[in-house]
Design a protein around this ligand. Structure first.
Ligand code: AMP
Length: 392
């Protein structure tokens, strides 16, 4: 049989690095794919995007694209045949689709990682039982009686979520009292559901870890994430939290990456509760919005780390040279400030090439750098965001 993976040494488990000019296949055509493709281009690789969208943000900056559905075997096969290795910026490909891709080319991270992160019950069970890290208490919900029993056990308030395909607060309901149970269940079922105990958090943080096929891993600094209307608004790097809390968060993220035997990039979103305990909320095995600051504040960004891990290249240290604040540009109103943003000294602009600024759509982001150790307080951050300060 023809040697399938040219960068796998014959009869050995070690990989030789993907050579320059090879093609990296990225499943998903959004901004995460776009910024991964830009990083890949700088390392001398071509990218080929699989997405159902014509003229997607990622395809605009890539060598090639297959426009087709993630579940269409013909599209998956055409895509896989054109690339040397496959990775993701969109991880919700079905088990059958993943199997097809895996049978054609190396897939990094492996399908087992995607299967865990696609389903909140599998994810929390893995985090508690395999990785040995704490999450909010939870219960799988199939019926309204399950929900009543779980609410009695976990207490209210609690959060009811669909187990799959939720993002930016979509597919979830906050249950404050008994009266909320039936309407929330009616709204979200018949999809499989999970009830999570409510975490009264002091702040939300995340850590991004890159891990190579030799087990080497690198964790970026812990950042604080602030949301508006359930969508990430600001990331503060580093998170203004106690050093021992930051150390605990980094250790958790590295532990999860090891437990997954990850090859690629992993974002671990966490809560810090009022007692300073760190609980994992969810994991995403791909570049993450809370890591965009690394493009401007680190020698190698999360996107470069992602590509390096997938291509079997050495991983540089994930050290930051600057402190940073990242602000998302969401919807039409913030995006309309683009001319003022461009005219403001110190704001580093990023736009994703999306034509239509629908409400809640992430259109771009800006980063503001500060000397290392000199992240300002609230008033200083507002001032530093210039025309975007009033938007918060
Ligand atoms: P998720 O889609 O799970 O990331 O949830 C979106 C947002 O809802 C999180 O960033 C939190 O602000 C909030 N949230 C989710 N789960 C919980 C929870 N168990 N307790 C408190 N807040 C939560």
């Amino acid at each position: 049989m023809e040697e399938k993976f040219f960068f796998e040494k014959k009869n050995q488990k070690t990989f030789v690095p993907l050579p320059p000019n090879a093609t990296i296949g990225i499943v998903g055509g959004g901004q995460l794919g776009r910024m991964s493709a830009l990083a890949a281009a700088r390392l001398g690789y071509r990218c080929h995007i699989l997405t159902p969208e014509e003229d997607s943000p990622a395809a605009q900056v890539s060598a090639a694209a297959t426009v087709g559905d993630y579940e269409d075997p013909a599209a998956l096969r055409a895509f896989a045949s054109a690339v040397d290795v496959i990775t993701f910026e969109f991880e919700n490909v079905s088990a059958a689709g993943l199997e097809l891709l895996t049978s054609c080319k190396p897939v990094r991270p492996g399908p087992h990682v995607l299967r865990i992160s696609q389903d909140r019950i599998a994810e929390k069970t893995f985090l508690n039982e395999e990785a040995g890290v704490a999450t909010a208490p939870f219960a799988p919900i199939e019926t309204l009686d399950d929900l009543r029993a779980a609410a009695a056990r976990l207490g209210l308030p609690a959060i009811l979520k669909t187990t799959r395909l939720g993002y930016d607060g979509k597919g979830q309901a906050r249950l404050a009292s008994e009266a909320d149970l039936a309407p929330a269940f009616a709204r979200l079922s018949p999809k499989p559901l999970i009830l999570e105990g409510f975490v009264d958090f002091a702040c939300e943080i995340s850590v991004i870890v890159a891990r190579g096929d030799n087990g080497d891993s690198r964790a970026f600094d812990v950042v604080e994430n602030r949301h508006r209307d359930h969508i990430l608004d600001l990331t503060l790097a580093p998170a203004p939290i106690a050093p021992q809390t930051a150390a605990a968060a980094r250790a958790i993220a590295l532990r999860v990456a090891d437990a997954l035997d990850l090859v690629g990039l992993l974002a671990v979103e966490m809560f810090v509760d009022r007692d300073g305990r760190v609980l994992v909320n969810e994991i995403a095995p791909r570049p993450h919005n809370s890591g965009h600051w690394t493009i401007d504040a680190c020698p190698a960004s999360q996107f470069e780390m992602h590509i390096r891990a997938v291509a079997g290249l050495p991983l540089p240290l994930a050290a930051r040279h600057s402190d940073a604040v990242m602000k998302n540009l969401v919807g039409a109103e913030e995006t309309a400030l683009w001319p003022q943003i461009l005219a403001t000294q110190g704001l580093i602009p990023h736009l994703y090439g999306k034509k239509e600024a629908r409400p809640g759509r992430k259109m771009g982001h800006v980063t503001r750098l500060f000397a290392k150790g000199a992240l300002p307080g609230e008033a200083g951050i507002a001032l530093a965001l210039g025309p975007l300060a009033g938007e918060r």
